[in-house]
Design a protein around this ligand. Structure first.
Ligand SMILES: NC(=O)c1ccc[n+]([C@@H]2O[C@H](COP(=O)([O-])OP(=O)(O)OC[C@H]3O[C@@H](n4cnc5c(N)ncnc54)[C@H](O)[C@@H]3O)[C@@H](O)[C@H]2O)c1
Ligand SMILES: [Zn+2]
Ligand SMILES: [Zn+2]
Length: 344
C-alpha cells in the first residue's frame, strides 16, 4: 500500500509498504478514506519529536472503513464506517477510568508517533472498541476528520480547561487550526467577546468569519496594549495556541484577576512564569494533552449543525499528492491554508 513515511529529520517520502494486519485480538485494521496533516507532523519532520523513528508512517487523524477486526473487538465489524481518534485508549487502566485517555497505560498518543499512522491506505488501530467512533448515517465524513484531533484539543484543553462562561472576554493567541477549533467551540458558551491574536492577517480574517469579535495582529510592538485596550482589566480566559515563550507571556500579562490561562500549545523550551505578578491575582493555569473524551459530544453537535467543522478545510489532495499537501500545509501563510483533506 501507499504511505507517507518519515525517514529522519527533514526527510519523508510516499513509499510502497506492506499493508498492516491484525496483531492483537483488540485490533482493527481500517481502510483510510480521508486523512489530514497536523502541525504536530511538521514538528516531527523538524526533528522535535525524537521518539518518532525512521520508517514510521505519520498521521493521527482520519476516517475510514473497518477492513478486519480481532476476536476481542465487539463494537465494530468489517464494513463499519469509523472516525479514528488521535488518542488510543484501552478503556481499562486507571487513567482511562478517569477519562484521561491521553495517559492510557497502553495507548495515549501513539498513532503516527510510536506506531504507524493514518497517512496511508490502511492503518492498524489498537484497542479498537475504545479508539474508534461509529460515523452516523449521512454524516459529512470530511468534516468529521476535524474531530480526530483539533476540535477536541481546542475544546477540552482550551475552552473547558479555560472554563469559558457566558459573557466572558476570551483571548485566543494563535489562529491556527487548534486556535480556530477553540474559537468555534468557545461559542457553545456564548462568551461576550472573543479576541483572536495572530501574525497572519489572512488567518485573522478567517477568524472573523468564524465568530471572532476582535482581531489583533501581534506583529507590532503594542500587542499587550492593544488587547488590554479592549477590556476593562484584562481577559477572563487567555488560551495559548501557539507553543512559544512570547505567546505564553502575552497570556500571562492579559489575564484579569480570577481569570484562567489555558495552555494548549506544545512547548519545546521553558517559559518565564511571572509568579510575582500572578500570585495575587487568583488565576488558574492549566495545561494538557487532548483526551478526546468529548468526541461523542462533539459528534452530536456536528450532527445537529451547531458545530460546522468543514469550514476549517481549505485544500483537497489525493494520497498520491501527499508531498504537495505537506508543502501547502507547511507554507500555510502564503498558501492561505488551514486544514487540508487528503483522500486515500
Ligand atoms: N495540547 C494538545 O493536546 C495539542 C494537540 C494538538 C496540537 N497542539 C499544539 O497546539 C499548537 C497549535 O497547533 P496548530 O495546528 O493550530 O498550529 P499552527 O502552527 O498551524 O498555528 C499556530 C498559529 O500561531 C501563529 N503564531 C506564530 N507565532 C505567533 C506569535 N508570536 N503571536 C501570535 N501568533 C503566532 C501562527 O501564525 C499560526 O497561525 C501547536 O503548538 C500544536 O503542537 C497541542
Ligand atoms: Zn495533531
Ligand atoms: Zn487505558
Amino acid at each position: 500500500m501507499k504511505a507517507l513515511v518519515y525517514h529522519g529529520p527533514g526527510t519523508k517520502s510516499l513509499d510502497s509498504v506492506p499493508k498492516p494486519t491484525v496483531l492483537q485480538p483488540t485490533d482493527a485494521v481500517v481502510r483510510i478514506t480521508k486523512t489530514t496533516i497536523c502541525g504536530t507532523d511538521l514538528h516531527i519532520l523538524k526533528g522535535d519529536v525524537p521518539a518518532v523513528t525512521e520508517g514510521r508512517i505519520l498521521g493521527h487523524e482520519g476516517v475510514g472503513v473497518v477492513e478486519a477486526v480481532g476476536d476481542g473487538v465487539s463494537n465494530f465489524k468489517p464494513g463499519d464506517r469509523v472516525l479514528i481518534s488521535c488518542i488510543t485508549s484501552c478503556g481499562k487502566c486507571e487513567y482511562c477510568k478517569q477519562q484521561m485517555y491521553a495517559h492510557c497505560e497502553d495507548g495515549g498518543w501513539i498513532l503516527g508517533h510510536l506506531i504507524d499512522g493514518t497517512q496511508a491506505e490502511y492503518v492498524r488501530i489498537p484497542h479498537a472498541d475504545n479508539s474508534l467512533y461509529p460515523i452516523p448515517d449521512g454524516a459529512d465524513e470530511e468534516a468529521l476528520v476535524m474531530l480526530s484531533d483539533i476540535l477536541p484539543t481546542g475544546f477540552e484543553i482550551g475552552v473547558l480547561y479555560g472554563a469559558v462562561k457566558p459573557g466572558d472576554t476570551v483571548a485566543i493567541v494563535g489562529a491556527g487550526p487548534v486556535g480556530m477549533a477553540a474559537l468555534l467551540t468557545a461559542q457553545f458558551f456564548s462568551p461576550g467577546r472573543i479576541i483572536m491574536v495572530d501574525l497572519d492577517d489572512a488567518r485573522l480574517e478567517m477568524a472573523r468569519k468564524f465568530g471572532a469579535t476582535d482581531l489583533i495582529n501581534s506583529g507590532g510592538a503594542d500587542t499587550l496594549d492593544a488587547i488590554l485596550a479592549l477590556t476593562r482589566d484584562g481577559v477572563d480566559v487567555a488560551i495559548e495556541a501557539v507553543g512559544i515563550p512570547q505567546t505564553f507571556d502575552v497570556c500571562q500579562r492579559i489575564v484579569r484577576p480570577g481569570g484562567h490561562i489555558a495552555n494548549v500549545g506544545v512547548h519545546g523550551t521553558s517559559v518565564d512564569l511571572q509568579i510575582q505578578d500572578l500570585w495575587i491575582k487568583n488565576i488558574t493555569l492549566t495545561t494538557g494533552l487532548v483526551n478526546t473524551n468529548t468526541t461523542p459530544m462533539l459528534l452530536k453537535t456536528v450532527q445537529s449543525g451547531t458545530l460546522q467543522p468543514a469550514r476549517l478545510i481549505t485544500h483537497h489532495f489525493s494520497l498520491d499528492e501527499m508531498l504537495k499537501a505537506y508543502e501547502v500545509f507547511g507554507n500555510a501563510a502564503q498558501e492561505q491554508a488551514l486544514k487540508v483533506i487528503v483522500d486515500a
